[in-house]
Design a protein around this ligand. Structure first.
Ligand SMILES: [Zn+2]
Ligand SMILES: [Zn+2]
Length: 337
């Protein structure tokens, strides 16, 4: 497929789509009903639907019956951990294999023309972005993911969380299920903005930003403190009246849902003539410019706070003006001292 029909490539080989990145038409005023109607299928497919089904699969086949979850026992906890490890490996590896190992579409639609495996860097363990990212995902990512999952399921099983049944409150639970991606976006924006403050950035979040040319394995390459904050999105379901399967859906949205933003390609080719949008551009720009796009655009929080970058020249100009103003403020504060 000719990617230059949809974008441009600079001298370094980096690809940029012609169409600026857009936030969802969900929380906008005045409302845009037509745009909203067109966008609605993207709210469900493919990812939300997939993670909703995976949550049911875990509930049916991986998680023990309620009586089993009332006590913390190695048996079910280790089974859950093992299934999470295998699932994370298969899901992340599927993207990695096609786009980064076999390089099925070369660097067509690839934002950063280079492949991380081709460059060694001192910031990574063993100087390899891939080895570093994989080790961080499995050494602290999946264990903390599983730990939070166990605590929440145990709390539900022991009556410490307000458990609502599907038979009694089907409409409420359907609405809550619909809101799960919104909770995810709100939570992610808040913790992400928090870890971009100076101290937490230096000690925690810089680990994730070492991958300024992100690939699928970068998604869960975080400091353990960030893993803890990121996966704590499941705790909302200990406060809101909810159901364990919806809590699992919330967690899967964070754990498995991290990959689309780090795929590194604007479109993923399915056949010679068809490709699907990855919706990765907003978060790619965050990895490139750091202090823009703290959210993924489901809620236009970055627009409200003036930190949105759509990848256009105007977006660049807005960002540079903001950075210059910040620098001037810092210099003025220094001069006062
Ligand atoms: Zn990221
Ligand atoms: Zn960040």
């Amino acid at each position: 497929m000719d990617d230059l029909k949809f974008g441009t490539r600079n001298k370094r080989g980096d690809y940029a789509p012609n169409a600026p990145a857009q936030t969802a038409p969900l929380f906008v005023f005045p409302p845009r009903p037509l745009a909203l109607l067109k966008w609605v299928p993207h709210y469900f497919f493919p990812y939300s639907a997939l993670f909703f089904l995976s949550a049911w699969a875990w509930w049916a086949w991986v998680v023990p019956p309620v009586e089993g979850m009332q006590t913390l026992a190695w048996g079910w906890v280790l089974k859950l951990f093992a299934v999470n490890v295998v699932a994370v490996f298969l899901w992340y590896f599927a993207f990695e294999l096609r786009l980064y190992i076999t390089r099925a579409q070369g660097n067509r639609f690839k934002y950063n023309g280079k492949f991380p495996a081709d460059a060694k860097s001192d910031v990574f363990w063993f100087k390899s972005q891939n080895i570093d990212n994989i080790l961080r995902s499995f050494l602290s990512g999946v264990p903390i993911w599983t730990g939070i999952q166990v605590v929440v399921l145990w709390a539900f099983a022991n009556g410490y969380a307000p458990w609502v049944g599907f038979a009694e409150h089907p409409v409420y639970l359907a609405l809550l299920t619909l809101v799960v991606p919104v909770i995810h976006e709100f939570h992610f924006f808040c913790i992400h903005r928090l870890i971009h403050t100076d101290f937490l950035y230096k000690w925690v979040h810089s680990v994730h930003h070492n991958s300024n040319n992100p690939s699928p394995w970068s998604s869960l390459s975080m400091h353990p403190v960030e893993h803890l904050l990121y996966f704590s999105t499941m705790f909302y379901h200990l406060i809101l009246p909810s159901h364990p399967v919806i809590a699992l859906y919330q967690l899967h949205m964070a754990g498995f849902g991290a990959v689309p933003g780090h795929v590194g390609f604007d479109k993923v080719e399915l056949t010679k003539d068809t490709a699907i949008d990855s919706h990765a551009y907003i978060h790619y720009l965050h990895h490139k410019y750091f202090e823009v796009n703290y959210g993924d655009g489901l809620i236009p929080l970055d627009k409200w706070f003036g930190t949105f970058h759509d990848g256009s020249k105007e977006g660049d100009a807005r960002m540079n003006a903001r950075f210059a103003a910040k620098k001037a403020r810092m210099n003025a504060a220094k001069a006062e001292k």
